[in-house]
Structure formats: C-alpha cells, structure tokens
Design a protein around this ligand. Sequence first.
Ligand code: SF4
Ligand code: ZN
Ligand code: ZN
Length: 328
Amino acid sequence: MKCRVCGRKAAVEVRRQGQAFCPEHYLEWFEHQVERAIRRHRMLRKSDRVLVAVSGGKDSIALWEVLRRLGYATTGLHLQLGIGGYSQRALEATRRYAGERGLPLIVVDLREAYRLSIPELAELTRRRTCSVCGLTKRYVINRVAVEEGFDAVATGHNLDDEASVLLGNVLHWQTDALVRQGPVLPAKEKLAKRVKPLYLLTEREILAYTLLRRLPYQHEECPFSVGAKSLLYKEALNRIEAQSPGTKQAFLEQYLKRIEPVLQAGLPAGEVALKACERCGYPTTGEVCAFCKTWDQAYRWARKKRILPGESVFAPEPALRFAPERPN
Ligand code: SF4
Ligand SMILES: [Zn+2]
Ligand SMILES: [Zn+2]
C-alpha cells in the first residue's frame, strides 16, 4: 500500500477509513484528528491549563504528547494505586516520559494521601477492585483539578473504550449512564470539565503513534483487568469490525449524533439535583458521596482488623499537598 499523501510506501493502514500513510504523514494525520476533535466539540481553549490524567499506559502518554505538541499548558496527574509491581512500573514510565520532556507531574500516592491502597480498599469493603478503583480515581482526579484551579481534565479514553462502554450500557439499558456518554462533560460547581480528545482513535492507531514517536509507556495491563466485561465487549466489537470496517466508529458517532440528543430531551425538566457531600463538600446526589461512604466503611474494617490504629478516622482531605514534581 502507498501513503495517500506522498505516494511512498505506507507503514500504517487505517482500515476503517480505507487509508494508509507513511510514518511522517501518519503522525501528521493522527495529531490532526485530535486537533479536529478538540475544535469540533470545543473541548479546550488555547489558554486553558489542562490536567492530563496519566496512568502510564499508551493512551494517556500519547494524549499528553499530542496536547504538548499542540501547544497546551499541560500538567500530568498520576495516581499511585498500590497494585504491587504493576503500579511501580506505571509510575516509572510516567516519570520517564515527563522527565525527558521537562513536564510538570503531580503524583498522588493513595497510601500517603489516604493510608490504604486500592487492593486493601477492595478487600476491606468486599467490593470489586475495579469498582472502588474507578470511583477513587474519578474523585481524586476531580479534587486535584478543582483545588489546583485547572480548566479541564483530559483523559486518554479511545474509540475502543467508548464503543465498548456504549455497548455495555445498551445491553443493560443503563439510561443514566447513556446520557453522560459524550466526549465532553461540562464543568459544574466543584466538578471540573472533563474531555476525551482521543475518543475517535482506536487502540491500534494510538499504539502505532506511540511506537512511531518512540514514547516510553507501560506495556503490561493491570492484573485486575483480566476477565473484565469491557474486554469481552471489545472483543465482540473487534470481530464485527474485522468483517465490516468502520462499524465501531459509526456505532459511537451515530449514537452521539442521533440518539443521545433524543435521550437528553426526554429527561424530566432539570437534571438530578446535586448537593454538597456532608463529609467532603464535593457534589453528590445523596447526603454523603460514594467516595466518603466507601472509604469510611474501609476505615471501620481496618480499625477492627487492626490494619489501622484504633483511633484512625477517615478524613476526605488528603494528608499531602497536590504539588507537581517540577513546577510550571
Ligand atoms: S483494571 Fe481495574 S483495578 Fe486496574 S487500574 Fe483499571 S480500574 Fe483500577
Ligand atoms: Zn507520506
Ligand atoms: Zn464526600
């Protein structure tokens, strides 16, 4: 195959669009796709301070690289989850990327900030690891963004992630989640704006980008991702995509264009009112937010099991400052 721009030998094929590119024009195409998505959905303004949630995997590292190249003022945020060697290696990859480019990086170690790791939190509350991990990440990322005055949080969700979440939500008719499935979630009182600039690029395309740009990233998957439902949905969508290229993109784009607005319009007037959590003051629909409830419960068991001293009380305010390792 030949590059559609210069006619030289192609290195990457984008099957869903029937196109192929040489390395140079692939990088150009990829960055242009991200720039277009940002413009089309008014995700970011050039003056914005952007907090990039960086796990150390290829998606978040590629996202940080593109935003940096597009000229945004970015700071990385990496959460140390305490998942053994996996978390250690994730931090090393993230630090290496940020260090080589002189970019500011905030690292929040959950054990230092809240005294328990994610596996401990899951065990003490007897809940699925990904469930307590997901809610903790969302909370802490938002808290850092609000407290440090960032204009938006950018995450590396890609087309495969978004299409598989959509499939899961459709299979279970999760209407609440369906109306929140867009590439931009606007800011509200104490809720930072959230954007997904890679939402129309596939895992394969992102991998090609990180390899061609020679970006350091963590190759291994989190040990708790094995057997996740989202992987099953991704596999199912990949099988359909192999027979019918473009299906994944059309599934997500057509949903966002044609179905989501109808669902939104059908919502009862006024969204579910958000109140301030009695414990931490951050938005919630109940009296106490899910983060405070979960961590409170974990602390109760940690005291009983003597993992934490008897007088330990959960405090939503973290025991550390959210300072970058290299200031802006
Ligand atoms: S796979 Fe689950 S436990 Fe691992 S980082 Fe993702 S949400 Fe957390
Ligand atoms: Zn070319
Ligand atoms: Zn709370």
